[in-house]
Design a protein around this ligand. Structure first.
Ligand SMILES: O=c1ccn([C@H]2C[C@H](O)[C@@H](COP(=O)(O)OP(=O)(O)OP(=O)(O)O)O2)c(=O)[nH]1
Ligand SMILES: [Mg+2]
Length: 156
């Protein structure tokens, strides 16, 4: 995305976030801004932790920020975001945290300033329920969960 069509988002740097770069797009076409850790922490295999970013934000109404894993860390080290995509609500004013889980076999050392996840600003469409007694018929009907053909290895 180019700065000309970007959406301004108010961001507050908390005391422990001072001196760190704000989340930033690594390339012109990047969808996500890489966010850095504001703390040193080691994740043992299997462990999870809400990693501080040192930032709080005021996302404009009608948008959210999604917290997504970085594929490089996922592939090389087994590091993921268990609640992916994490949801930052537009009315949240607390510190943005990145929940990380170590699915790898080795401890994962995070140093303050390391890029740990990416933040995607996304529009939100809200629903309003229209309660009815019957739903329109479809070819799929109630079929789901593999009803159209499954995985050969599972024999279905
Ligand atoms: O990865 C995340 C997910 C959430 N949050 C913050 C911002 C979000 O607006 C708030 C609530 O998140 P969510 O709705 O996912 O959590 P919940 O378990 O439903 O908590 P709550 O009852 O506070 O909504 O927590 C983060 O900082 N990082
Ligand atoms: Mg919630």
């Amino acid at each position: 995305m180019h700065s000309s069509d970007s959406v301004p988002v108010r961001v507050r740097v908390l005391p422990h976030g001072e001196g760190l770069p704000l989340p930033a797009y690594a390339t012109d076409g990047a969808a996500g801004m890489d966010a850095v850790s504001a703390e040193d922490v080691t994740l043992a295999p299997g462990a999870r932790h809400a990693v501080a970013t040192g930032l709080s934000v005021a996302i404009p109404a009608g948008y959210e920020i999604q917290v997504r894993p970085r594929s490089g860390l996922a592939l090389k080290r087994g590091i993921s975001v268990p609640n992916t995509p994490g949801t930052i609500d537009s009315d949240y004013r607390g510190e943005v945290k990145v929940i990380l889980i170590n699915h790898g076999a080795e401890p994962f050392e995070i140093r303050r300033g390391d890029r740990i996840a990416q933040l995607v600003l996304a529009p939100v469409t809200r629903a309003s329920w229209m309660e009815v007694d019957e739903l329109d018929a479809t070819e799929r009907g109630e079929g789901g969960f593999g009803s159209t053909g499954g995985v050969a290895a599972l024999g279905n």
